[in-house]
Write a protein that binds this ligand. Structure first.
Ligand code: PGA
Length: 249
């Protein structure tokens, strides 16, 4: 069976002390799901979060990384630095990285390669803008994003790829995609991966939905056959909400 994952992207929120407070709150709420659970604090809180989550079923992911091994890249963080503090999952291609930091196709493909070379799990985000959907371009846009950054990979590399469909118009807006819209896109993506590789690669790849997932809408979205979990922003900052979302799967 395909892995199910619920990941909380804390974005640029919570300093180290606050991150540890949220972790303690998460540890005291009852997460009954068999899904893999991850939280993605900011870089300064990663090491302490890994330490605080030892022995629990919650893992830690980074929100980004640089593609080079090391060198003169002031302000950047490499894969081996993440691994050095016990982080072996990374979110790449988030729409905020695309929009505010111009991280697109080829650059993201280099980041994916770097993470996979270190045997890290990549949560690769993609999704269309509102304009793309209104002009009926959403399937083309998503195909292009996957093609540019992932379709150069050999089939074997996909065991460490998790896809996260995040329609940009639904992120942080309260305007979630309907369960049907999510399912349509996820099924399309799975077929696109199957056409490029094969059914085994496509059927084993978890596809998460992200964009205004809340306790109230999570179970309907997660009930769709091609939705394998969620990437949660705002609601992941509350232990009760995040746990309710995890338990909805
Ligand atoms: P949101 O963010 O849940 O606050 O919409 C999702 C994300 O950006 O991953």
């Amino acid at each position: 069976m395909r892995k199910q994952i619920v990941a909380g992207n804390w974005k640029m929120n919570l300093n180290q002390v606050e991150s540890l407070q949220l972790i303690e709150a998460l540890k005291s709420t009852k997460n009954t799901s068999r899904a893999e659970v991850l939280v993605a604090p900011n870089f300064t809180a990663l090491a302490a979060s890994v330490e605080a989550l030892k022995g629990t079923n919650i893992g830690v992911a980074a929100q980004n990384m640089h593609q080079a091994e090391c060198g003169a890249f002031t302000g950047e963080i490499s894969a081996q630095m993440l691994l050095g503090v016990g982080v072996n999952s990374v979110i790449l291609g988030h729409s905020e990285r695309r929009e505010y930091f111009s991280e697109y196709g080829e650059l993201l493909s280099a980041k994916v390669d770097a993470a996979l070379n270190h045997n890290m799990q990549v949560i690769f985000c993609f999704g269309e803008l509102l304009d793309d959907r209104e002009s009926d371009q959403h399937f083309d846009v998503v195909t292009e994003q996957l093609t540019e950054s992932l379709f150069h990979l050999p089939a074997a590399a996909w065991k460490n790829i998790v896809l996260a469909y995040e329609p940009v118009w639904a992120i942080g807006t309260g305007m979630t995609a309907s369960p049907e819209q999510a399912q349509d896109m996820h099924a399309f993506v799975r077929k696109t991966v199957a056409d490029h590789y094969d059914n085994a690669v496509a059927n084993n790849c978890p596809i998460l939905y992200g964009g205004s997932v809340k306790p109230a809408n999570a179970s309907l979205i997660f009930s769709k056959p091609d939705v394998d979990g969620g990437l949660i922003g705002g609601a992941a900052l509350s232990a009760d909400d995040f746990t309710a979302i995890i338990n909805a799967i």
